[in-house]
Design a binder for this molecule. Structure first.
Ligand code: ARG
Length: 265
């Protein structure tokens, strides 16, 4: 089943503030290289048969490339993002406008939430992260608006500040995750819900290997996550490694650059 993704070219990408432990403004980042790496991610999706739509990048919003944070779209309904840090605040309305202009029903969130950075949608439930960015009350707001059960999970390691840095759906029913990124209770929830999950190592997590995108057959994943790739291959997945090292300097990987548009309007 082809997917529909929204992406944002990193034309204004930079590391000029630090809102997560990956970001070092004093070292900066190479924008041209980031654009080339992003282009190869987009090409990988298109080669797999997925559709990619684009939102115009806005000057002064260096993190706007991380489209996953822009919204949560389920059944064609768009729950808007409300960013935790002022540096990214203007991205929320920009993404919401993109959807509103195309006729999608939208909801402006009343609570802080960073879109698909902290909401990952499976067939029967939505997994939602909290602890660093998204307010747990936003989980309830999303559940009410989308009519899907939302399961709250608590993140405890600042390097894995968004749910999508610690877990990704392999398909509609199973996930891969890094257990140590979660609180003891949330770890237990994950163990109960997903007894057959792929468990990633610290080495995989430390290269943002969990920030991957699976269509159920193919998994687009950071090239450096070698153990994870091996595990995925053993399970029969087709692995598509991508190099997004420049975007990782802002704390992002393939999934961060990718907002899934679920269900057309
Ligand atoms: N620099 C961005 C931030 O800290 C990176 C966002 C990465 N996106 C994601 N979905 N994890 O907000």
């Amino acid at each position: 089943m082809p997917k529909h993704f929204l992406m944002c070219r990193p034309d204004h990408f930079a590391v000029e503030y630090a809102i997560n432990p990956w970001m070092h403004p004093e070292s900066g980042a190479n924008r041209d290289l980031a654009v080339r790496q992003w282009e190869s991610l987009k090409a990988a999706y298109e080669e797999l048969g997925h559709r990619v739509s684009l939102i115009d990048p806005i000057e002064g919003l260096p993190d706007m490339v991380f489209a996953a944070n822009g919204a949560l779209v389920v059944d064609g309904r768009v729950y808007g993002a409300r960013f935790a840090f002022p540096q990214r605040a203007a991205e929320g309305p920009a993404y919401l406008r993109w959807f509103a202009e195309r006729g999608y029903p939208t909801l402006e969130a009343s609570r802080v939430n960073e879109g698909e950075g902290d909401f990952l949608t499976l067939d029967d439930v939505i997994l939602a992260g909290t602890g660093f960015r998204t307010d747990v009350v936003a989980h309830q707001e999303a559940q009410e608006f989308l009519g899907r059960p939302v399961i709250s999970l608590t993140l405890v390691d600042p390097r894995f500040y968004h749910l999508d840095t610690a877990l990704f759906p392999l398909d509609g029913h199973n996930v891969a995750y890094y257990p140590e990124a979660f609180s003891p209770g949330s770890r237990e929830v994950l163990r109960r819900m997903f007894p057959d999950a792929v468990l990633a190592t610290a080495e995989d997590a430390e290269v943002l290997g969990l920030n991957a995108v699976s269509d159920g057959t193919n998994v687009v994943v950071n090239a450096e996550a070698s153990n994870l790739q091996l595990q995925l291959k053993r399970r029969g997945y087709e692995v598509i490694p991508v190099d997004l090292s420049e975007l990782r300097k802002a704390g992002g990987g393939p999934k961060c650059c990718t907002l899934e548009i679920r269900g057309e309007n």
